[in-house]
Design a protein around this ligand. Structure first.
Ligand code: SF4
Ligand code: SF4
Length: 69
Protein backbone atom coordinates (compact mmCIF):
# COMPACT_ATOMS: atom_id res chain seq x y z
CA UNK A 1 0.00 0.00 0.00
CA UNK A 2 1.14 3.57 -0.64
CA UNK A 3 1.93 5.40 2.54
CA UNK A 4 1.85 9.05 3.55
CA UNK A 5 3.28 9.97 6.95
CA UNK A 6 3.62 13.24 8.84
CA UNK A 7 6.20 14.46 11.33
CA UNK A 8 3.31 15.79 13.32
CA UNK A 9 5.38 17.85 15.74
CA UNK A 10 6.76 19.95 12.86
CA UNK A 11 3.37 20.73 11.30
CA UNK A 12 1.98 24.25 11.57
CA UNK A 13 -1.47 23.35 10.31
CA UNK A 14 -1.34 25.69 7.31
CA UNK A 15 -3.53 23.40 5.21
CA UNK A 16 -1.51 23.67 1.99
CA UNK A 17 -1.19 19.89 1.74
CA UNK A 18 -4.94 19.50 2.23
CA UNK A 19 -5.57 21.80 -0.74
CA UNK A 20 -2.95 20.07 -2.88
CA UNK A 21 -4.24 16.51 -2.56
CA UNK A 22 -6.13 15.48 -5.72
CA UNK A 23 -7.81 12.63 -3.84
CA UNK A 24 -9.02 14.93 -1.04
CA UNK A 25 -7.92 12.51 1.66
CA UNK A 26 -5.99 14.91 3.89
CA UNK A 27 -7.47 17.05 6.64
CA UNK A 28 -6.45 19.21 9.57
CA UNK A 29 -7.04 17.32 12.79
CA UNK A 30 -9.66 18.73 15.08
CA UNK A 31 -8.63 16.51 18.01
CA UNK A 32 -4.83 16.56 18.04
CA UNK A 33 -2.73 19.55 19.11
CA UNK A 34 1.03 19.30 18.70
CA UNK A 35 3.77 20.75 20.89
CA UNK A 36 3.73 24.00 18.93
CA UNK A 37 0.04 24.45 19.64
CA UNK A 38 -1.13 23.66 16.11
CA UNK A 39 -3.72 21.25 14.84
CA UNK A 40 -1.62 19.08 12.51
CA UNK A 41 -2.50 17.56 9.15
CA UNK A 42 -3.49 13.91 8.99
CA UNK A 43 -4.65 11.42 6.41
CA UNK A 44 -8.31 10.48 6.62
CA UNK A 45 -8.35 7.69 4.06
CA UNK A 46 -4.87 6.20 3.58
CA UNK A 47 -6.08 3.45 1.22
CA UNK A 48 -6.96 6.05 -1.41
CA UNK A 49 -3.47 7.59 -1.62
CA UNK A 50 -2.00 7.39 -5.13
CA UNK A 51 1.49 8.47 -3.96
CA UNK A 52 1.52 11.45 -6.32
CA UNK A 53 3.67 13.39 -3.84
CA UNK A 54 1.83 16.70 -4.34
CA UNK A 55 1.29 17.08 -0.60
CA UNK A 56 4.97 16.59 0.21
CA UNK A 57 6.03 18.98 -2.54
CA UNK A 58 3.65 21.64 -1.28
CA UNK A 59 4.58 21.45 2.41
CA UNK A 60 6.86 24.38 3.30
CA UNK A 61 8.25 22.58 6.34
CA UNK A 62 9.04 19.15 4.84
CA UNK A 63 6.68 17.44 7.24
CA UNK A 64 5.37 14.82 4.82
CA UNK A 65 6.94 11.61 3.52
CA UNK A 66 5.28 9.67 0.70
CA UNK A 67 6.22 6.06 0.02
CA UNK A 68 5.01 4.29 -3.11
CA UNK A 69 4.34 0.58 -2.85
S1 SF4 B 1 0.62 11.56 -2.12
FE1 SF4 B 1 -0.98 12.52 -3.40
S2 SF4 B 1 -2.83 11.30 -3.04
FE2 SF4 B 1 -1.38 10.79 -1.40
S3 SF4 B 1 -1.97 12.14 0.29
FE3 SF4 B 1 -0.32 13.17 -0.88
S4 SF4 B 1 -1.38 14.49 -2.38
FE4 SF4 B 1 -2.88 13.00 -1.59
S1 SF4 C 1 1.55 21.73 4.33
FE1 SF4 C 1 2.96 20.90 5.90
S2 SF4 C 1 2.87 22.37 7.60
FE2 SF4 C 1 1.10 22.78 6.28
S3 SF4 C 1 -0.59 21.54 7.18
FE3 SF4 C 1 0.38 20.29 5.60
S4 SF4 C 1 1.92 19.05 6.71
FE4 SF4 C 1 1.37 20.77 8.04
Amino acid sequence: MNRVTFQTEMCKGCGLCVSACPKKILRISTKVINGKGHHPAEVANPEACIACGFCATMCPDCVITVEKE
